[in-house]
Every structure is written in C-alpha cells, then in structure tokens.
Design a protein around this ligand. Structure first.
Ligand SMILES: Cc1ncc(COP(=O)(O)O)c(C=O)c1O
Length: 400
C-alpha cells in the first residue's frame, strides 16, 4: 500500500531536485495572470498564433494516421529539411545526420547538458542569462559560474579575458546564447573566434544557443541578414553543440519542437538520450516543422519586421529619464535598468497592479540582472505603445 503523502518527507528527494529554483518570471505572472486588460510582455513569445499552413500540415498528418512511435532522431524528411535550411542560411553544406529533433529548444539544451556536464563539473555562462541553462545544469549536478557581461553606453559586451580567467580545473563547458535573452547581446565573429580559442585551449565544450539568430536589427551586427554563428568560425572537429527551436521564428512556442545540431559521430548517443527522456517527438509536430522550414520565410520576415518596430517603441522608455536602455542588438527583449531600483520583483509586481503591464523581473536572470526589467517586444505596435505609456506614467509614482 502506498504511504499517505503526508508521511513523505522532502529530505528523501535528491538535493538537485529539491534545490531546483522556481522561475522568478512565473512568480510575477502568478500575481497578475488573470488581471483584465493586462498587457503581457513577461514571457518570451509573440502575440501571433502559429500560421495556418503550419497547423494544417499537422492536422493532415493526424488525419493520415501518423499517430505511432517514430524515429528517435526525428523523421528523415524533417532532418533533410533542416539540412536544406542550414545550407541556405549559413552558406555551407549541411548533412541531415547532424540534426536531432527534440521537444523544443529546452529539450535540446537538456540533452546537450547530459552529454557534457554532470556532478562535480562546472559550466561558464555569461550573465544576465536565460535562467533555464543554470537550472538544468544544476539539476544535472553541475555548478554554474556566471561571467558578467559588461554594460556601457554602447550596449552589452563580453570581456574575453574575464571569460578566460573564469576557466578552472573543473570547467567542462561554456554556454553561449547569442543573440541573448534577456540582454540582446550579440557576439561578433571576433567574439566567437575568441570564445572558441578559449574552449580549444582548455578542451572545453561550447553549447551554442543561437535560437534568436534571425532577430537582428542592424546590418552592422549581421551583414548576412542573420547574427554571426559559431558555424562561421568553427572547424569540423570543434566541440560545439547547437541548440535550436521552431518556437520563436514561427510562433510555435506551444508545439514544443526544436532541434539539436551535433556531429553525426554522436548519433547513437543522442538517440539513446532521446529514448530515455522523451522517446521521440510526435510525427504531426514534425510535419508542422517541415512546413515552417519550407514555406515559413515570409511569415518570419513579418515577425522580424514587427519586432524591429516593437524595439523602436519600447526604446521610448528612455524619455522617462528613469531608465538606461541601450538598443538591443538582437533577440526580441528590452532589458532596461531602472535607476535607483534594487528589488525588480517588487517593481514588476507593482507594475502589474498599478500599470496593468506584465514584465519579467531582472533578478530572474541571475547576477547582473537585478534592478532591470525584461519586456518582450515581439508584439503588435498598439499594445507596446500602450504598455510604454502606462509604464512611463506609473514609474515616477512608484520609484519617486
Ligand atoms: C535563450 C533561449 N534558449 C532556448 C529557449 C527554449 O525554447 P523552447 O521554447 O523551444 O524550449 C528559450 C525560450 O525562451 C530561450 O530564451
């Protein structure tokens, strides 16, 4: 007979599970989710639903009875389509055997971490950062070491000497998210080369999260119409695992569809890790992914144009005189530092109640994030204009 749940004690759990941090974003969202008229800029997604042609590919698949277990690495048609997409985007031939379909970018990250870091290992992460990397690494038993990004009037940057100095005897991996959530920091090719040199020198892995690589706003940042990628500087045997997702480009956050890119030499290992985590990705979702890759460029171009307009609108917060906000080079978040604020969660909760705007507290993004707020600007202009108006009106009242 099962013991009544009240007799279960927390200390029976593994410390890594018990110690998993709760999301600082969800804490604020829970405070205001149901508030009528709230403009939600707290999570990392736009306001557009998945385009119909993508949904139809999935419903066709269901109607045709594609409801069985499938390839752990992903269906061959999607892996071929991913190879075509990469070949075109990066101007280098790509092999379908490099692509492994996952349940969102998060699952790709989870598998990458399982491959390279565990108990007793350390991972370097430029911060502020998307908190799920530290969370997943710590659940795997690894320790994360934040390497603070630098902020000045030109924006965020990574000091490569600081990164090199953070390498220790237990360091196994450097996690690089560029363009970055939440700061918009976007590594130049020279930065990527420098990071790769450090990794080569110390025999480290790189987990390259380039999911926002299509969201850049300035030709100087990405002359090729995309952000610089480790692919631009890497050689065949460099130790790099790439995290990717359908979530952001094609408004598919709820589908949970992504991919991991790695050397085909790891094919069997990744297949095993998929088997023991999710046992594969539903075929109808994978058909939707093919539709997105093959026919989704104009939708994506509209998304990027919308985000570019949104970026300009949220920059108007600078006129309040209460924020420092260099224009983010990539991704679709504004991360203003609010002058004189040391408790961003309290401020975010007050903005929910007093301005009707949902923002994420900077403290949720680790060291260097406190005192800032994150606003997602992948949204229609009228919402963003109203959100900026409300925040500008409420801020002087709240922070005096
Ligand atoms: C930097 C970064 N990587 C990965 C992900 C995960 O994306 P997915 O929704 O596909 O799991 C996110 C989502 O917000 C993100 O911001």
């Amino acid at each position: 007979m099962n013991a009544p749940s009240s007799t279960l004690s927390l200390p029976a759990l593994r410390p890594e599970a018990e110690g998993a941090p709760s999301s600082g974003i969800v804490d604020v969202a829970n405070a205001g989710r149901e508030r009528p008229g709230l403009i939600p800029l707290w999570v990392g997604e736009g306001d557009l639903p998945t385009p119909a042609f993508i949904c139809e590919a999935a419903t066709r698949s269901l109607a045709e009875g594609e409801t069985f277990y499938t390839y752990q690495r992903g269906i061959p048609e999607l892996r071929e389509s991913l190879a075509r997409y990469h070949t075109k985007l990066y101007g280098q031939p790509s092999d379908p055997e490099r692509f492994f379909v996952t349940i969102g970018g998060m699952h790709a990250a989870q598998i990458a971490i399982r491959m390279v870091a565990g108990s007793g290992d350390e991972a370097l992460i430029p911060t502020p950062a998307w908190p799920n990397f530290a969370g997943a690494l710590e659940v795997a038993g690894a320790r994360t070491v934040g390497v603070p990004l630098t902020l000045d009037e030109r924006g965020w940057s990574l000091d490569l000497d600081r990164l090199a100095d953070a390498v220790g005897p237990r360091t196994k991996v450097i996690v690089i998210n560029s363009p970055a959530n939440p700061t918009g920091w976007t590594a130049s090719k020279a930065d990527l080369r420098g990071i790769l040199d450090i990794a080569r020198r110390h025999g480290l892995w790189i987990i390259a999260d380039e999911i926002y690589g299509r969201f850049i706003y300035d030709p100087e940042t990405g002359p090729e119409g995309r952000a610089p990628s480790f692919r631009d500087v890497a050689e065949g045997d460099d130790r790099i695992l790439y995290i990717q997702t359908f979530s952001k480009n094609w408004s598919m956050t709820g589908w949970r569809l992504g991919w991991l890119e790695a050397s085909p030499a790891f094919g069997q290992i990744i297949e095993n890790l998929v088997q023991y985590s999710t046992s594969g990705v539903p075929v109808p979702s994978q058909r939707a992914g093919i539709a997105a890759l093959e026919h989704g460029e104009s939708f994506l171009a509209d998304q990027i144009a919308r985000a570019a307009a949104g970026r300009t609108i949220v920059r108007r917060l600078v006129a309040t005189g209460h924020v420092d906000l260099p224009a983010p080079a990539g991704a679709f978040y504004a991360f203003p530092k609010i002058k004189g604020v040391s408790d961003s969660k309290a401020l975010a909760i007050r903005l929910v109640h007093e301005a009707g705007v949902g923002v994420a507290p900077g403290s949720a993004f680790g060291p260097g994030g406190e005192g800032a707020l994150r606003l997602c600007f992948a949204r229609k202009a009228s919402d963003l204009e109203e959100a900026v108006r409300r925040i500008a009106e409420a801020l002087p009242r709240i922070i005096g």
